[in-house]
Ligand binder design. Structure first.
Ligand code: AGP
Length: 616
């Protein structure tokens, strides 16, 4: 969740670190801090609040050192205060540490260290680890040829239960950083005579596109002369240098006021990128290069299991609907956070999928590991190349939509819907879906970017609708079949960025409880596409109307609502069932966005949230 940056090189470290922290702020924005090694000191500047507050504070300090670390915090242990901000210093002042993750056994360590004279300025688990490193450093010198700094970090980490991505500075080795990871992402950018550590590629891509993805249990010892990787058990690791395929411009806001709006408008291109090269030459099915499962094996699958969190979980639900509808194979969907502890019985013919934009969501990663532990092959739909999930899955599909910075997922979600629809098609064609139906399905998917473009043109109208409902306290979102998950997604999007209480339900469930909420003050966003259930949807709307509930109807062309039934009507182009969830996502994304802006909310950095949830 937190953002980490470290720099070793010839340039002044502080400006570079601040630039990286600004790019990482979406990972946590409770507080920020920087530490630079200079003049025989570890100079720390840290403040509660956003990176811009830290930048003002840094400007009055003369931070000229060329080695440093910086951090944006999403609070776990201890409140949002200057003292709890990272970096933390050991009580002897010899070490500075930044940390992303949770040290579960920090209380025992703290007691142990306090008895030996170490003192603590904060309530954080991180400060405890920093002092543990100081303890090991003071205890015994390293063997000849070994770095005492590196060895004290290694020894300390052997005692840690929990998760971490850390970067450490040592007063006695002022040009060096030791970094390590366990279940929290860490990347080392390899530049020309300089090295940049970061929890996310967006912090370093403007300096270098050559990166080493650290693996769990690995440590990096970075010096001005180079870097070396090793494990907690002190085994050397040969680094693999990968290349990031996107550039710094992809992670810029450009002319848009918010990343979320930029990413909403990027969706036509994102969908094109996600489907590029993934249809068969005869135009009747999908093709996936990296699934690592043969068509024969896939045809023998008797059941699918999908796990994810949040918005990605909604994508699983739509995929469930499409696989069952077109491929006629049963699908189960579970929250990753539940699956990991549920000890759910998994039939050997079940194929397990996880979906995750970041590829670092700890619950999804744990669900993947649990399924693998039970002997299952696990495939992943994932956006972030080189992420933990991408590396640990047995195969998968990259979303290829570029970095998603807005905390509220938009383009990643619709590309997950697209890839889910493509999996449904692929499996369906291995079973009974006819060639002609396959061609029709493929053509429909190919038309999705243009259909999305058409809906995006309605942004000014949706903005006007948003203004009329922006002061609501509650909102309901209703839909059926493949659009029921869209109701959940609409409600999630609205609450996370506008803080309006919202609920999503299958439309017909309304009368079993949520109808009690209906009043003239509680608008309902109602998905009512043309189709066999249209008349039933109209009946549900009548029940809302009878109770004076305002209705924002999202219909498809040709779905004629009785006059005056809905207060607002947003019309989507008529489209194939597999494409409808993608197209129907756009109005709810725009509605949430404009409502949040109207309420003066910080759309890209909603309160209490962080982009990638790497703690339980
Ligand atoms: C979406 O708007 C949310 N911010 C959140 O629910 C997110 O989808 C969830 O945390 C899963 O993230 P992932 O796709 O990176 O695993």
């Amino acid at each position: 969740m937190c953002g980490i940056v470290g720099y070793v090189g010839k340039q002044k470290a502080a400006p570079l670190i601040l630039e990286g922290l600004k790019r990482l702020e979406y990972r946590g924005y409770d507080s920020a801090g920087v530490c630079v090694a200079q003049g025989g000191q570890l100079e720390v500047v840290k403040k509660a609040g956003r990176v811009e507050i830290l930048a003002k504070e840094v400007a009055v300090h003369r931070l000229a050192g060329t080695t440093g670390i910086g951090h944006t915090r999403w609070a776990t242990h201890g409140g949002v205060t200057d003292a709890n901000a990272h970096p933390h210093l050991s009580s002897d002042g010899k070490f500075a540490l930044i940390h992303n993750g949770v040290i579960e056994n920090y209380a025992q360590m703290k007691t142990f260290l306090a008895r030996r004279g170490f003192t603590f300025q904060s309530e954080t688990d991180t400060e405890v680890l920093c002092n543990l490193i100081a303890y090991h450093y003071g205890k015994e010198p390293a063997a000849p040829g070994q770095s005492r700094f590196l060895e004290s970090v290694r020894k300390s980490l052997r005692h840690v239960e929990g998760t971490y991505g850390i970067a450490v500075l040592c007063l006695d080795a002022p040009g060096e950083i030791v970094a390590a990871r366990l279940a929290s992402p860490l990347i080392l950018g390899v530049g020309d005579g300089e090295f940049i550590l970061a929890s996310d590629a967006s912090a370093l891509v403007s300096h270098t596109q050559n990166v080493v993805y650290l693996k769990d249990g690995e440590l990096a010892h970075v010096t001005p002369r180079g870097f070396a990787l090793s494990t907690l058990d002190d085994v050397d690791v040969s680094p693999v240098v990968d290349r990031i395929t996107w550039s710094a411009a992809d992670a810029d806001r450009g002319k848009f006021p918010h990343f979320m709006l930029k990413e909403i408008f990027e969706q036509p291109a994102a969908l094109e990128n996600a489907m590029r090269g993934r249809f068969s030459a005869d135009g009747s099915t999908a093709n996936f290069g990296g699934l690592n499962i043969t068509a024969d094996e896939l045809a023998r699958v008797e059941r699918f299991m999908f796990c994810a969190c949040g918005t990605a979980w909604h994508a699983c639900l739509v995929t469930e609907h499409l696989i069952e509808r077109f491929a006629r194979v049963p699908v189960e969907v579970d929250y990753a956070s539940e699956f990991r502890y549920r000890n759910s019985p998994l039939d050997p013919h079940t194929l397990f999928f996880v979906i995750s934009q970041s590829g670092e969501t700890i619950d999804t990663l744990a669900a993947l590991r649990e399924a693998k532990r039970k002997g299952h092959r696990v495939l992943a739909i994932n956006n972030a190349v080189g992420s933990s999930i991408a590396r640990e899955a047995d195969g998968g599909i990259y979303q290829h939509v570029g970095p998603e910075i807005g905390v509220a997922s938009t383009k990643a979600f619709t590309s997950q819907l697209l890839l889910g629809a493509m999996i449904a098609l692929y499996v369906a064609r291995l079973r009974d879906l006819s060639f002609n139906d396959g061609v029709e399905y493929v053509n429909a998917l190919k038309s999705a970017p243009d259909l999305v473009r058409q809906v995006l043109k309605q942004a000014p109208r949706i903005k006007a609708i948003a203004k009329r409902y922006a002061q609501s306290r509650d909102m309901l979102f209703l839909g059926r079949l493949a659009l029921f998950p869209l109701a959940l997604e609409g409600a999630l999007k609205l609450k996370e960025i506008s803080y309006i209480h919202a609920e999503g339900y299958p439309a017909a469930e309304m009368k079993h409880g949520p109808i009690a909420l209906i009043s003239e003050h509680c608008p309902t966003v109602f998905f009512a596409p043309k189709g066999e259930l249209f008349n039933k949807l109209v009946s549900s709307m009548q029940e809302i109307k009878a109770r004076k509930g305002p209705i924002i109807a999202i219909v498809t062309e040709g779905a004629d609502l009785p006059k005056g039934l809905a207060n607002e009507v947003i019309t989507l182009p008529a489209c194939h069932e597999a494409v409808l969830p993608i197209v129907a996502s756009i109005p709810v994304q725009l509605l949430s966005y404009y409502i949040a802006v109207e309420r003066g909310c910080d759309v890209d950095k909603p309160r209490n949230l962080a982009k990638s949830v790497t703690v339980e």
